[in-house]
Ligand binder design. Structure first.
Ligand code: FPP
Ligand code: MG
Length: 326
């Protein structure tokens, strides 16, 4: 059962309301269609995890000035910009249980909408007057794009190693979460060791988040997850559940599947069987255990911080990441 997000921790609703108000206030394009696309991608079932990581990390480092909500929008804008572009790359039809922006307005407008949101994120970052903060964000963006490059280069390659897979999910997902947490420490003027620990917390939690995302792609339902089951393999993404499930198969079967995928000859039936193979394998438990151990590692990164509602909030989000069903 999905955990009601508003019950996650004290003050969740208050922070999200302020984040949402800032997201709306900061989106002020001249062209109505840009606003429409921005609102559309922002209004889906967004959980505002990345702005929350930032706000809570600021609080953890005793920085609670009102401008944290303004700055927190950077992490949501970059995230939704990457989703707008990602849906074009994946030719996805659904995003957050609604027709994707590319299906609604076409690829050109979806890409430009993403470009606008990214540009807006830079503009807001610069208002911080903090070069370490701006640098952390721009560096993360380069690595995010490289994560996506890597994923594309490994498309339909059944020989991908677990290490290469972890590199991909670190780049495309975990680094932005890590950046949101570390940046909370940076704007707060926290000591270097605390900034490093916050970055490590976000990184490990982000890896756990994507492991669960890749697991749900095989185990969930379209209704619960908001995207079709088995979407990853149909898009050529070889994720850890499949890597583990295939390691239980003989090399003959693995080569047969590899040929089908590489030559784009896999039928609907092949995909359905692959999903069942993964579901019936030990891979599901193994990947869940991996996600739990990354989340445990993340939790330990906060050990040296004094207890506070902000710390409890971050730890609750860390637990949510591995328990979520959508
Ligand atoms: C979703 O993954 C995609 C990402 C987390 C990152 C996408 C990054 C880019 C397209 C690089 C360009 C970045 C910017 C900021 C413009 P997924 O396809 O596995 O998840 P999904 O099933 O939700 O689509
Ligand atoms: Mg995608």
């Amino acid at each position: 059962m999905t955990i009601p997000l508003e019950n996650l921790f004290e003050d969740y609703k208050r922070h999200v309301a302020k984040i949402n108000a800032a997201l709306n206030a900061n989106l002020s394009p001249c062209i109505p269609l840009v606003k429409k696309i921005g609102d559309y991608i922002l209004q889906g079932e967004g959980k505002r995890l990345r702005p929350l990581f930032f706000v809570l990390s600021c609080g953890l480092c005793n920085y609670t000035k009102a401008d944290i909500y303004h700055l927190s929008t950077i992490f949501e804008y970059i995230h939704v910009a990457s989703l707008l572009h990602d849906d074009v790359l994946d030719n996805s039809e659904l995003r957050r249980k609604k027709p994707s922006a590319n299906m609604t307005w076409g690829n050109h407008f979806a890409i430009l909408g993403g470009d606008f949101l990214c540009a807006r994120a830079y503009e807001i970052a610069i208002t911080s007057n903090n070069m370490a903060f701006v640098h952390n964000i721009t560096h993360t963006l380069s690595r995010l794009v490289e994560g996506q490059f890597r994923e594309l280069l490994y498309s339909n390659n059944l020989n991908i190693s677990k290490e290469a897979y972890l590199d991909i999910i670190t780049g495309k997902t975990a680094l932005l979460m890590s950046c949101a947490c570390a940046c909370g420490g940076i704007v707060s003027g926290a000591e270097d060791e605390h900034i490093r620990l916050l970055g490590q917390f976000g990184l490990n939690m982000g890896i756990a988040f994507q492991l669960i995302d890749d697991l749900l792609d095989y185990t969930s339902s379209e209704e619960a997850f908001g995207k079709p089951v088995g979407k990853d393999i149909r898009e050529g993404k070889i994720t850890l559940p499949l890597i583990y499930a295939l390691s239980e198969q003989d090399s003959c079967e693995k080569n047969r599947l590899g040929d089908l995928l590489k030559n784009n000859r896999a039928s609907e039936d092949d995909y359905r069987r692959l999903v069942l193979t993964v579901r019936n394998s030990k891979a599901i438990d193994k990947v869940r255990q991996e996600a739990i151990s990354f989340a445990d590692r993340a939790g330990r990164c906060l050990d040296s911080f004094a207890d506070s509602p902000y710390k409890q909030g971050l730890l609750a989000l860390n637990r949510y990441v591995i328990q979520r069903t959508n």
